[in-house]
Design a protein around this ligand. Sequence first.
Ligand code: SAM
Length: 214
Amino acid sequence: MNIKKIASENYKKFCFYEGSDYIASEFALETLLKLITVFNIKSVLEVGLGIGSVADTILHLEQKQSSGIDYYGTETNEFCLNALRKNVTHYEKIKLFPDIKEVPERKFELFIIDGSDDSLKVIKKYTNRSSIFFVEGDRKEQTQTILRLFPNHLYVNVITLRKNPPYAHEGRAVNSYIGGGQLIFVNPTLKMIFYWLKEKAGTFIKIKIRKWSK
Ligand SMILES: C[S@@+](CC[C@H](N)C(=O)[O-])C[C@H]1O[C@@H](n2cnc3c(N)ncnc32)[C@H](O)[C@@H]1O
């Protein structure tokens, strides 16, 4: 399964859709597919479905692998709700809610935070011992809220040395680095600790390379 290929093809496809200014980065899509594969994720809650680039990418992988992922998401914006219906190939697989507190109580293995939600603090009741959070881009306030909720967390800012393609949006200049994300393991298992260590070292080295190559 070529995760990089799925992420880059889906990212490119979504860049040409109406309202695509705020879609998740290609690197974020790739990071999410990697997490889903490595940790055999079967349940996802995406906060802020937007126009559906993340959901469509993950459900694309899910179809290829027949992995049976339960996909839940939140969205209230009228334009996005219409776009989701048009853009997400397996739209019928999304269990859609206006915000987190409306989601029926159950546990999720992966949380993707890519939108604002005043009820983020209630998210704790939806987590299990080994839940993972991925916050797209910076979103400092939401990241801090999650870190405070889970004192045993391991946290890493994942970044890449790749640059934005010419069709990227939202002031993502062609010569600037593709945006990263915030990866949080709320109660890390041994496998998660190794994964985190590798990402932590990777980020450290990439920051140095970014500085040297300025
Ligand atoms: C960063 S977007 C989420 C993007 C989504 N994860 C994706 O990759 O398609 C966060 C929020 O911005 C709002 N939003 C995104 N695109 C929009 C648009 N074109 N018009 C209006 N609101 C938008 C939605 O409410 C959405 O939940």
